[in-house]
Unconditional design. Structure first.
Length: 399
């Protein structure tokens, strides 16, 4: 197996090197022409055109999501591996999360795998997953069973100056609290009104009081989305939006129930009414897969990447939902020699540098090598599957 693995890896590496210029041009084009979540029409089209050119059968759009796609390459029965592709940008600051770069990594890795797929058995999927920064298309895809029965779903995420494999994210619920009262003239007859903004303000105070009675890893942060229409009108409607996060979905569900009770209490106290709805889809936490992480770390080190220890939980991602459907990995790969903060203008500038281009090629090779290992090694697949089942079971016990 080792000789065969080495032979196929060498061939895939050479293909990645040959086609790297196309992937770099794709990444740079997206960086200079950013499209925000749900509007990635040109970005998704560019990926689809490139994958089609190298023999992939492509569904586009996919699952009635206009900017999603699913490219396939099959060769009999065997493993099923998915490379995930992101390409949405942030408002105002463009590709400050590096999706242009690490999305192109997955597509370039797929091109490399296409060159050797006659030597592998199974199915390779390349899935375009829009809107990671907002609603997260991976959430919908997970709900519709796209990732079920996969042996591995994988992508790499761009990072500052540190690379690591054991990415962890927080489960997250994005909730909107809408308070409704009764308008009145704020000077002439305020007693006739019921102030919806008071409901929002009291909710904020109560959430702050809750902070001392929750686990340290809880994150609760919100804004007043609407506070009224004019100072001389008692606000009839006021809205706040909150993100609630925690490392496990089970605890987060209990936390959100407490927040809902607080919202109802604030409404009773201010004689208003409140409704609670999601304003974005909910993200699950990223489940660990020690076997897959260990193998990926080994591969990255073989490619000369210095693999560091992770620095705790990092926000939230729809990749977490994927990890609850199948074994999943999202390593972080450095694109800079200096520390960089994601979602910053400095990060957006870094994605088109020579260092970032070098990372694109290295990351593509790492993705392709991991996929090849999964395709060839049945024992590895079984161990990864057992880790997935174990993580799901442990998560369930937390409920």
């Amino acid at each position: 197996m080792n000789d065969l693995y080495g032979q196929i890896v060498s061939e895939a590496d050479r293909a990645i090197e040959r086609h790297s210029r196309e992937a770099i041009e794709l990444s740079d084009h997206l960086a200079r022409n950013p499209e925000i979540s749900g509007q990635e029409f040109e970005s998704s089209k560019k990926h689809v055109e490139l994958l089609s050119r190298y023999g992939f059968e492509v569904k586009y759009p996919f699952l009635d999501i206009p900017t999603a796609f699913c490219a396939r390459k099959s060769n009999g029965k065997g493993a099923r591996v998915a490379l995930l592709v992101e390409y949405d940008a942030l408002p105002e600051i463009g590709h400050a999360c590096g999706h242009c770069l690490h999305g192109a990594m997955s597509t370039l890795a797929a091109i490399g795998l296409a060159s050797v797929f006659d030597k592998l058995k199974g199915e390779l999927l390349v899935i375009g997953t829009p809107a990671e920064e907002t609603n997260g298309a991976k959430v919908t895809m997970a709900e519709k069973g796209v990732f079920d029965d996969l042996d591995l779903a994988i992508m790499i995420h761009s990072s500052g100056n540190k690379s690591y494999v054991s990415y962890r994210s927080l489960a997250m619920d994005a909730l909107e609290f809408t308070y409704r009262g009764r308008p009145a003239h704020a000077a002439a007859s305020p007693w006739e009104g019921r102030n919806a903004l008071n409901g929002v303000q009291l909710f904020f105070h109560a959430i702050d009081m809750l902070r001392q009675h929750v686990e340290p890893d809880v994150r609760m942060h919100g804004i007043i989305y609407k506070g009224g229409d004019a100072p001389n009108i008692v606000p009839e409607e006021a809205i706040c939006r909150f993100y609630f996060r925690f490392p496990t979905r089970a605890y987060l569900n209990r936390l959100v129930e407490r927040a809902r009770n607080i919202a109802s209490g604030a409404a009773i106290a201010t004689e208003t009414e409140v409704t609670v709805n999601n304003f974005e889809l909910s993200f699950d936490n990223m489940l660990a897969n020690v076997t897959a992480e260990r193998k990926m770390a080994e591969i990255m080190e073989e490619l000369g990447v210095e693999v560091s220890e992770p620095e705790g939980y990092e926000g939230s991602s729809d990749m977490g939902n994927v990890s609850h459907s199948c074994p999943a990995l999202q390593p972080k790969l450095a694109i800079s020699d200096v520390p960089l903060v994601t979602h910053s203008r400095e990060f957006a500038k870094a994605v088109i540098t020579p260092k970032a281009h070098e990372a694109l090629i290295t990351g593509s090779k790492a993705l392709a090598r991991m996929a090849i290992a999964v395709f060839l090694d049945e024992n590895l697949r079984k161990a990864i599957r057992e880790d997935f089942k174990r993580a799901k079971k442990e998560e369930g016990h937390l409920g």
